[in-house]
Ligand binder design. Structure first.
Ligand SMILES: [Mg+2]
Length: 187
């Protein structure tokens, strides 16, 4: 894959953007983590893509449906917009091998630590993989990042903005592919 586009910050959702209360699927149960909204805005303002990649096995388990997930993500987007921020895309995996629904009880390639969601997003958005990174709260998130060939950072609480800022800074400046040969000098 050639990556000529923008870099992305991939956010795990539960435990990174919101406190993981277990199978969160409604605004009432959704509590943003410390400076999560500011972290997303920082990504937006830098011109990077902000993309959510979240395992939602609650769908396979029959706890809730894709409608609730979509509704929650629209609510998140409204909340972010009110603060001048946005998520560019939301990817979720509805599968789990122990699921009640046969069509969802499968060994998929998207449930983290599999990299399927990351690879799909990178393809869909032409992401610059070299500078991109993932923020997760579990080893499975970091493993998905590793398999997708991008850097992963573990969020352990505290300011999400600080972690995102440091991680993006560590990515370094963009590589310029155009060379400037206009080096006329005065004698
Ligand atoms: Mg998580």
């Amino acid at each position: 894959m050639t990556n000529k586009g923008r870099p992305a910050v991939f956010f795990d959702r539960d435990g990174v953007l919101n406190h993981d209360a277990g199978y969160v699927h409604s605004p009432e149960a959704f509590v943003w983590t410390d400076e999560a909204v500011a972290a997303v805005r920082h990504v937006n303002d830098a011109g990077w893509l902000a993309i959510v990649v979240t395992n939602q096995s609650g769908i396979a388990r029959g706890y809730y449906g894709p409608e609730e997930v979509g509704r929650l993500h629209r609510w998140m987007q409204d909340e972010l917009r009110r603060h001048g921020a946005h998520i560019d895309a939301y990817y979720y995996c509805p599968h789990h091998v122990d699921g009640l629904k046969a069509e969802l009880a499968v060994e998929c390639s998207c449930r983290k630590p599999q990299p399927g969601m990351l690879l799909a997003a990178m393809d869909d958005w032409g992401v610059d993989g070299e500078r991109s990174l993932l923020i997760g709260d579990k080893a499975s998130d970091l493993e998905a990042a590793r398999r997708a060939g991008i850097r992963g950072y573990l969020y352990k609480g505290g300011s999400l903005l600080r972690l995102v800022r440091e991680a993006m800074a560590a990515a370094g400046p963009p590589r310029h592919t155009t060379t400037c040969s206009n080096t006329s000098s005065t004698p």
